[in-house]
Ligand binder design. Structure first.
Ligand SMILES: [Cu+2]
Length: 139
């Protein structure tokens, strides 16, 4: 005969098992291709004398973004320059064809499905050839 203590232990174990199983199947049923989220900041490369080198000294905080083909990609792009007039862009040519410009202190969210495999350069159209990165999409 079951005591009330034994019964509550069994009920507790069943609840724990159902929680573990639902968490397991919940995670696995979300998607075979998980979302990828990045926080991408503008940077200034220390020590670059722009006048002397005749080059911009700007960059992206992440030089290489790696995702899987089919991923739902979200990039939170921040222009951290204190000067509002200092524009930066997140630009990629065809087939992704994105071009987002933001002023100093602003941010924007860029979202896309990574449906083309390959290596694609992203760049800031105001600070070429220095401010570039690679978007790597693997299958
Ligand atoms: Cu820039």
């Amino acid at each position: 005969m079951l005591t009330s203590r034994t019964t509550s232990v069994i009920v507790g174990l069943l609840l724990l098992a159902s929680f573990v199983l639902s968490a397991y199947y919940g995670i696995n049923s979300v998607s075979a291709k998980p979302d990828k989220e990045f926080y991408l900041f503008t940077t200034e490369i220390a020590g670059v004398d722009e006048e002397k080198l005749k080059l911009p000294g700007d960059g992206f905080s992440i030089p290489t973004l790696v995702v899987n083909k089919g991923d739902n990609v979200t990039i939170h792009f921040y222009n951290v320059d204190p000067n509002v007039a200092e524009l930066h862009s997140f630009t990629i040519d065809s087939p992704y064809s994105m071009d987002v410009s933001i002023a100093g202190g602003e941010s924007k969210v860029v979202s896309f499905i990574a449906d083309h495999e390959g290596i694609f350069q992203y760049y800031c159209k105001y600070h070429l050839p220095v401010m570039v990165g690679q978007l790597v999409i693997i299958s």
